[in-house]
Design a protein around this ligand. Structure first.
Ligand code: TRP
Length: 470
């Protein structure tokens, strides 16, 4: 048995704290803002099915692998990968998984914070009663006024980044653990309330049908990649966020059980959000594929018409901000942990550095929604024809960097790391559960990522076989 390492950054107070923090990381804008709009853009049912299959067969096993590597290495992902590679007698190049993750986290947070800024702005719109009695047009114009104004977006983005860096600078335990305790239950309650509104709207069946009736002729090869990318995004996988949280995890916690709990909660939140949003979309004659503004143009209509809507609306956006907050923290934690370990910075300095870099990059996203709204940098590539700078940034990170990160994490965990080490670290014995995990991580993840990539680039073509749309 190898000597157990300990983390210089401290550790969670226990298993529950880890579950809460990892759930806080997973549940975020990805579930409530992103999932419905990309499901809408990619035709609904078939997209949702691919996403669910990816969560079960790729997401949960990769989450287990990340937690396992993190807990064994007990450092920032860069140093964890370096240490574990040394331990296995493998190339030190594996630490690049950590570096790529730091870069992905930085790029994702740069736009994530801008969108979280929208949610912040909506807290005040809701509290001021701006939505009361609102029509679809009224709500759309509130949204356009916000996103069309770079200065306002900048102000909210700045506020959100400051909030994030405050928590990050205080370390893993201070505050973070506590926020999630009321956040996740609170989100559930409000989403169920919104589902109740959707149920009474008269188009609930239509919403369900859209989400749960798979029609593969409505999804393209690129849509399949987006569904897979989203499985990584929504579970915070592929860039070391869950790995770094795993590095603060006490020994003797069942990694398999906690991963399943976290993935289930996360999926439930996404589905509840989708079920609330699509009936409102259909009743109001809106377009399911209308893009990143979808929830901001639908939910306010519901709040504007239900009794006590301003209160519930305010609460909802407050919770959404918290959900984004607990996710944002995990996007920057790998970078901050590395700065502390290797550059000898205090957490406060490390947070300020990482925060300023991310904040500046956020300007690209801000401009994409106004000054550069018509700018299509890669319009000569067919699948990117309509993509703005923000769309490209999101595509590059969620659909390319995260699956690639996940692929290499998978390869390392089962092809490089000794079998006996993963048996020991996962601590679930060497029975059917372990064998299934190993099979999924060894073959299914690498093959799935490869096939989906090749299919999108057109190098191989399974689209006809599966009846996918062109
Ligand atoms: N999972 C979060 C969400 O769905 C976003 C997020 C947090 C994330 N940490 C991450 C995405 C790490 C990818 C990688 O909102």
């Amino acid at each position: 048995m190898t000597q157990r390492r300990t983390s210089i950054h401290g550790s969670w107070s226990g298993r529950l704290a880890f579950v809460l923090a990892a759930t806080g990381s997973a549940v975020g804008l990805g579930n409530i803002w992103k999932f419905p709009y990309i499901a809408g853009e990619n035709g609904g049912g078939a997209f949702v099915l691919v996403y669910l299959v990816c969560i079960a067969t790729i997401g949960i096993p990769i989450m287990m692998a990340e937690v396992m590597l993190g807990r064994r290495g007990r450092q920032s992902p860069i140093n964890t990968m370096r240490t574990l590679a040394e331990e296995a007698g493998a190339s030190h190049l594996w630490r690049w998984i950590g570096w790529a993750g730091v870069l992905a986290g930085f790029l994702i947070l740069s736009y994530y914070s801008v969108i979280a800024g929208w949610a912040l702005a909506y807290v005040f719109r809701a509290a001021a009663g701006s939505f009361s009695g609102a029509t679809a047009e009224g709500v759309a114009s509130i949204f356009e006024q916000l996103t069309g104004d770079p200065e306002r977006l900048l102000a909210w983005h700045t506020l959100f980044m400051v909030l994030t860096m405050i928590v990050v600078s205080r370390g893993v335990r201070g505050g973070l653990e506590k926020a999630v305790r009321f956040l996740v239950p609170g989100l559930f309650v409000l989403l169920i309330l919104l589902d109740g509104y959707a149920l009474a709207s008269g188009a609930f069946d239509q919403g369900l049908e859209f989400l749960f009736t798979p029609d593969f002729s409505k999804i393209t090869a690129n849509g399949v990649l987006i569904a897979m990318g989203h499985a990584f995004f929504t579970l915070s996988l592929g860039m070391g966020a869950i790995m770094v949280y795993g590095s603060y995890l006490p020994e003797r916690t069942s990694i398999a059980r906690t991963s399943i709990i976290i993935a289930s909660l996360d999926t439930l939140v996404a589905l509840l959000a989708g079920m609330a949003i699509f009936p409102i979309v259909f009743v109001n004659g809106l377009e399911p594929g209308s893009g990143p503004g979808l929830i901001f143009q639908t939910l306010p209509i519901a709040f504007g018409h239900m009794p006590g809507g301003w209160l519930f609306g305010t609460l909802f956006f407050v919770l959404l901000v918290f959900a984004a907050w607990t996710s944002a923290i995990s996007l920057i934690e790998p970078a901050v942990a590395w700065l502390v370990e290797n550059k000898g910075m205090t957490r406060i300095y490390a947070s300020v550095y990482a925060g300023i870099a991310t904040w500046s990059f956020g300007l690209l996203t801000i401009m994409s929604f106004n000054r550069w709204a018509e700018f299509r940098p890669l319009s000569f590539v067919p699948i990117f024809k309509t993509y703005t700078v923000f769309d490209l940034l999101d595509y590059l990170t969620a659909n390319i960097m995260l699956p690639l990160g996940g692929l290499f994490i998978a390869l390392f965990s089962v092809w490089v790391m000794k079998r006996s080490d993963s048996v020991q670290e996962l601590d679930m014995g060497d029975g059917a559960g372990y064998v299934l995990w190993r099979f999924l991580v060894r073959y299914v993840t690498p093959l799935a990522v490869l096939v989906v990539f090749l299919n999108v680039t057109g190098i191989v073509d399974f689209s006809g076989l599966l009846g996918l749309a062109e």
